[in-house]
Design a protein around this ligand. Sequence first.
Ligand SMILES: [Zn+2]
Length: 389
Amino acid sequence: MSTTDPIPPHGGKLVDLLLPEPAAERITQESEHLPKVAVGKRELSDLEMLAVGALSPLTGFMGEKDYRSVIEEMHLASGLPWTIPVTLSLDESEAKRIGGAARVALITGGQPVAVLDVDSVYRRDGEAEARSVFGTTDLAHPGVKALHAAGTFLVAGSVHVIRLPRHTTFQRFRLTPAETRAAFAERGWNRVVGFQTRNPVHRAHEYLQKCALEIVDGLLLHPLVGETKEDDVPAEVRMQCYEVLLANYYPADRVMMSVFPAAMRYAGPKEAIWHAIARKNYGCTHFIVGRDHAGVGSYYGTYDAQKIFDEFDAEELGITPLFFEHSFFCKKCDQMASPKTCPHADEDRVILSGTKVREMLRAGKKPPKEFSRPEVAQILIEAMAERTR
Ligand SMILES: [Zn+2]
């Protein structure tokens, strides 16, 4: 990274854990003789993020000191802001099996993806972690449920990554932080706003993105494509929606799309901070935080994910959050607006609940064009029809 970078990575240096050849080949051979730990989908997402530096300054799965510090203080032991533990879990038999091994192989689909230099194995404090990260221990919460299903031991240490997970989808959108940073520099963008999403983008979010874009140089549409809960719209369908939206309604020289390999935690405010820090690593200087960012059900207050930014110094975070209220098309204003900019009553506003929209799409009916771009609605209608078949 040059010193002229508009925004340095978290901790100052972009981490790169991918082994170059021939080291990768040598470690692959070595891994055959190491104790093996199978990594699940979520942990594989974290491993990919670690590998490419999206989780800089982390160089592996967290030890107990960082784990405790993150849960209790929202900072790493080094003092850097961090709100979500990044851990690799083991069940009791796995913990026994690796015993005192100094190095283990991380396996997916029978193949080694990385080795981990074991620093320690410790017991997870599931209750404290759930309370801190999710604000609840309710098993109905998808994040708590996933935590509960994971092993009770955590293995910590630096990782050396043999290869990135092999993806068959969205290949041209899989940019690493080094690649997005280079792309921004090539475009001459000094100020870039990142937008996290796990939903199709309707007019309301298009409006937030464009409001933000008015004050910066470029927009990074950065949809999350790691694991989400089952009733979220699948990533393949969302990606089609984003592509048709960008092609028809966004200037190509001001917008880039790339995918964010993370799994969704549904940790609301804690995840908003974590999402912002990761986007800083991708080179974003600004980050959009809407209402109920990364929320689920009614576990978090509407603006909790914005308020939590007050608990950090602007300097220690580095990336600037941009807060937005919910927006809508107002027939009296005759434009997109929010309660901040429109004085009219609800009946003048085109507001539809998520349930209502799903109902319409399922019936093959397009929501009003003030709510959703027709091209996006068409893709969602077809996807729903396909799913019912
Ligand atoms: Zn109005």
